[in-house]
Design a protein around this ligand. Structure first.
Ligand SMILES: [Fe+2]
Ligand SMILES: [Fe+2]
Length: 196
């Protein structure tokens, strides 16, 4: 893997300034959450920094690039191309930054849709993307506070916000987001963290 500063410089050249700043914002809050919830800070820092490395690939090049990296695309991702930058980002992270760590790559791949099985790093990256300091939407401050009180409750809220938003746009819901929410709710019920 390239040293941190080289990753950062290379990433800057791959993203718009706005997206690069967003990435720094995600890194900042993800590191705080990793410290709070005792996750691997170094892995979280890198995953957060590079999570959107494929985000500024023009939409008409996404399918071609995905094919080039042998990524299998499901129907929903083909119809909603913005979803591709998650799994594609994991491929680019390996190629451009030499990131081989499976946990880092998994968290990057899952950050757009979530997934049925999400470990602590996946959860922190997904949530941080949602609540970094550059995000402005109603309820974001509440979610930022909740993130440091109850990671899973904040994650659940962010899945639900995403689902509501996707429905409001009449867009397609990715099944992985539904799986992610279902798994989380079952887990929270088992731990007594949510009432039926
Ligand atoms: Fe993203
Ligand atoms: Fe992002």
């Amino acid at each position: 893997m390239l040293p941190y500063n080289e990753i950062k410089d290379k990433l800057r050249s791959m993203l718009t300034p706005h997206r690069f700043n967003h990435s720094l914002g995600v890194e900042k809050i993800a590191v705080l959450l990793a410290e709070k919830y005792d996750a691997d800070v170094d892995k979280v820092r890198i995953a957060a920094l590079v999570h959107d490395c494929a985000k500024d690939i023009p939409e008409d090049k996404l399918i071609y690039t995905a094919n080039k990296y042998g990524l299998e695309l499901d129907d929903v991702s083909i119809a909603e191309k913005a979803l591709i930058h998650g799994p594609l980002g994991a491929k680019l992270a390996r190629e451009y930054f030499g990131i081989e760590d499976d946990e880092i790559l998994h968290a990057i791949a899952l950050h757009t849709t979530g997934g049925k099985v999400m470990n602590k790093i996946d959860r922190i990256i997904y949530l941080s993307d949602f609540i970094e300091e550059g995000r402005k939407y109603e309820g974001v401050e509440y979610l930022r506070e909740l993130a440091f009180i109850d990671l899973n409750a904040a994650l659940l809220k962010s899945f639900e916000n995403t689902i509501d938003y996707v429905i409001s746009l009449k867009s397609l819901l990715h099944p992985n987001t539904i799986y992610a929410r279902n798994t989380l709710i079952m887990e929270m019920r088992k731990n007594g963290g949510i009432n039926k």
